[in-house]
Design a protein around this ligand. Structure first.
Ligand code: HEM
Length: 439
């Protein structure tokens, strides 16, 4: 593939660190399969939806998830996100029953209750930082829904939130230490180790509490299901797998939804016309009732708003895969071991597939008859390893938006552009602040 010749190593590393988004725009001028080097590693970017589909959906067995294990991103080494092969398959089989539509819908009440608590805490006319409000809210929902644990922000919640922040800081492309292995004794690495140790201890405490609370063995939250999981092939989860999956779910299921909500509300605050259309739909479908799971399938415009927000600001903005065999993609030879990048943040705004790609226009998902390849949009990944929490997140986000929009008007009060930065997830560089006015 084109590159890396002509791309000096250092120049590359610096331009990725400074502005990964512009860097990818530049890569795309070389074609749809482009090799580049950053900090001594070689990557091959796949910049066409058909190649994304092939890797994620058509031939997932030949491209495994790549997790930068040597960089020590400890987000549950033995959990669903980080494992592969038969270990992953057994875990996915054991965990899937906790994510059926029927099961997810039983969490709706908790989602609405928690959103109402957040709404109750907002003072009319005050300014709130959406990112931290939603981070707390989605963490509370996740802990309550999946583990039946009340997360007190002053204790458990704080350790977990700190660990999520530490992981993001550690994986931030702007932070040069990201590219150094974890054993390098930088103060940042030592701090990270300490935070993650505290996090693991906290998670162990959560497990012990849950185990003693469920003496009847009938509780149906995710953690209880994990603790007693077994399948007809005799598969179970080991102690370490249970713990690492808790870590995985608390991490994968909280910042992501929180960011999608942050950007969605920011965009609604900026686009009065969209907010008005959404409110009209909410009034028609929900009226004076309390939002429930039964309303959600009817909220088509709300769905389009969230879809469009995640198009422009995909919380998971790039996926990594490693070729396990030699392959040919787009006419280029991809030797076994090649690390592939599949960048949502780039493909979601490719003008080959979207008209006015930079514009926030939810209508494009309702009445746009443009024929675009399916994987021009993949905020939840695709294929067998697609996001297991996708339905959970969609239900949660729709209900939260419904609760908040019925109660408040939002005026943007932060800088117009949040300057997303390439951390583990697409974090805003600064707080995204809005002024809330009770309706
Ligand atoms: C996997 C995005 C919410 C748990 C993924 C992947 C993406 C993603 C893109 C695939 C990664 C890859 O293929 O390399 C998102 C977004 C969310 C969200 C954008 C919210 C808007 C959640 C929630 C949960 C969750 C709420 C848990 C309740 C997971 C897990 C995996 C995963 C465990 C790994 C699945 C596997 O490998 O089998 N997510 N996610 N996510 N997600 Fe989510």
């Amino acid at each position: 593939p084109p590159g890396p010749d002509g791309y000096p190593l250092v120049g590359n590393t610096l331009s990725v660190v400074r502005d990964p988004f512009a860097f990818y725009d530049e890569l795309a001028t070389h074609g749809d399969v482009v090799r580049y080097r950053v900090a001594g590693r070689t990557f091959t970017a796949l910049l066409h939806p058909d190649y994304v589909e092939r890797v994620l959906v058509s031939e997932p067995g030949r491209f495994e998830r790549y997790v930068f294990a040597d960089l020590g991103f400890d987000i549950g080494t033995e959990g669903l996100l980080m494992t592969d092969g038969t270990q992953w398959k057994r875990q996915r089989r054991l965990l899937q029953p906790a994510f059926t539509i029927d099961r997810i819908e039983t969490y709706a009440e908790t989602m609405v209750e928690c959103a109402e608590r957040t709404a109750d805490s907002w003072i009319d006319g005050s300014e709130v930082a959406l990112n931290s409000e939603f981070s707390e809210l989605t963490l509370r929902i996740l802990a309550k829904a999946l583990f039946d644990v009340e997360v007190d922000p002053a204790t458990d919640g704080e350790v977990i939130a700190r660990a999520a922040r530490a992981i993001n800081e550690r994986v931030n492309a702007r932070n040069l230490s990201t590219f150094l292995p974890q054993w390098v004794p930088l103060p940042a690495n030592r701090r990270y180790e300490r935070t993650m140790r505290a996090y693991r201890e906290q998670v162990d405490a959560l497990i012990d509490r849950r185990r003693s609370a469920d003496s009847s063995g009938e509780a149906d939250d995710l953690l209880s299901i994990m603790l007693r999981a077994s399948d007809d092939r005799g598969g179970t989860l080991s102690e370490t797998e249970v713990r690492d999956n808790l870590v995985t779910f608390l991490f994968a299921g909280h910042e992501t939804s929180s960011l999608a909500l942050t950007y969605a509300l920011m965009l609604l605050a900026r686009h009065d016309d969209v907010a008005a259309t959404l409110r009209a739909e909410l009034e028609e479908v929900i009226g004076d009732e309390r939002p429930t799971a039964a309303h959600v399938p009817e909220l088509e415009y709300a769905d389009a708003v969230l879809t469009e927000a995640m198009r422009l600001y995909p919380p998971a903005y790039i996926l990594f895969r490693k070729a396990t065999d030699d392959a040919v993609i787009g006419g280029y030879r991809i030797p076994a071991g090649t690390i592939l990048t599949l960048p949502q943040f780039h493909l979601h705004v490719d003008d080959r597939f979207y008209d006015d790609p930079e514009e926030f226009r939810p209508e494009r998902w309702l009445d746009d008859d443009r024929d675009r390849p399916e994987y021009a949009y993949f905020p939840f990944g695709g294929g067998p390893r697609h996001c297991i929490g996708m339905r959970f997140a969609t239900l949660e986000m729709t209900l939260i938006v419904a609760v908040l929009l019925c109660r408040f008007d939002f005026e943007l009060s932060s800088e117009p552009d949040p300057e997303p930065s390439a951390a583990a997830t697409l974090q805003p560089e600064n707080d995204v602040r809005v002024r809330v006015r009770r309706r």
